[in-house]
Design a protein around this ligand. Structure first.
Ligand SMILES: [Zn+2]
Length: 134
């Protein structure tokens, strides 16, 4: 049995509620749903996170997440969609196999933003842009 729970799901050792399967990706209901229909999309091949994934793998997962978002919107009549991709412990990743959360949203669903929206400091914005782009 794989030590990675998501590899265990891909291998069929751990049961899951499959929403969509492609040659390379699997989408299944999150058993800790933030909302009705909350679905996880993973590459079938084990890859740790966004930084370890090659661009094609990441694009494949994102394209599958888009298909899942459209399915959820059409079948559940959701009013919006939130997608989260968390990488590494500091990025709130808890299962260390790349995954995207596709969360159907309704205007009165009670979910809240994970950070407060506030304007940035202009000098800090300039400084970080310089650091990123130099
Ligand atoms: Zn894995």
């Amino acid at each position: 049995m794989s030590e990675c729970i998501f590899c265990g799901i891909v291998g069929g050792e751990i049961p899951s509620r499959k929403v969509l399967e492609t040659d390379s990706c699997l989408a299944f209901l999150d058993i800790f749903p933030a909302n009705r229909g909350h679905t996880l999309v993973i590459p079938k091949r084990h890859v740790l996170d966004i930084h370890e994934a090659d661009a094609d793998t990441y694009a494949d997962v994102a394209a599958t997440a888009k298909k899942v978002a459209d399915i959820l919107q059409s079948k559940l009549n959701s009013e919006g969609t939130t997608i989260f991709q968390m990488s590494r412990e500091a990025g709130w990743q808890t299962v260390f196999h790349l995954h995207m959360h596709v969360i159907p949203r309704w205007s009165n669903d009670g979910l809240h933003k994970p950070w407060d929206i506030a304007p940035g400091n202009e000098a800090e914005l300039d400084q970080v842009l310089q650091q990123i782009t130099k």
